[in-house]
Design a protein. Sequence first.
Length: 207
Amino acid sequence: MVIEINKAYAKAFSCNKRYVHLFGGRGGAKSHSQAQKMIGKAMQPDYYRGVLMREVHASIRDSQFREIKDQIELYGLQPFFQLNETVMSFRCILTGNTIISRGLKKTSKNETAKVKSIKDPTEIWFEEADEVSAEDFRKADMSVRTTRGTLTITLTYNTDIEETHWIRTDFHDQERDDVFYCHTTYKDNLKNLDAEYVKSLEKLKTI
């Protein structure tokens, strides 16, 4: 089975920076491509423990967890993965590598989860990273570590964030050598978008 990754993300997925930012306009296949990467990493023989993370744990189910689950079904990979719907996790039977889910908050009532209890993660994927507070992101960043390789923290988000948002001030407005930025738009994903959706996006240019 060959999973073809959008070439716009090739350099982002092969870099060894601590922080990888996948950002840009809607329809650019940021989440889809990141899910492909994590499935592929889990199936490789090298140790891999991916973490799906959002501000609120429950919101992972209909976003990252659903995306990975759909792709496993799309590519016919069900025989190679054990799926736990309750805790929203995947385990590759071939390698023992896992993808687990964690929220910075257990619920929308701000009940804090224990991010530091994650043992030896190799990649953390913050979906809708702009919804995460600066305090929560920094705490998580300082809490996670591994002795089994390097740790990558991947952030996916759209570009319509305020100039004072921490993603801009902490990253885009700074000169840093530990970050890889990958900006994409729907134009990088045209072959996977239907014509009507493309028209709706291009209509925004005139509004």
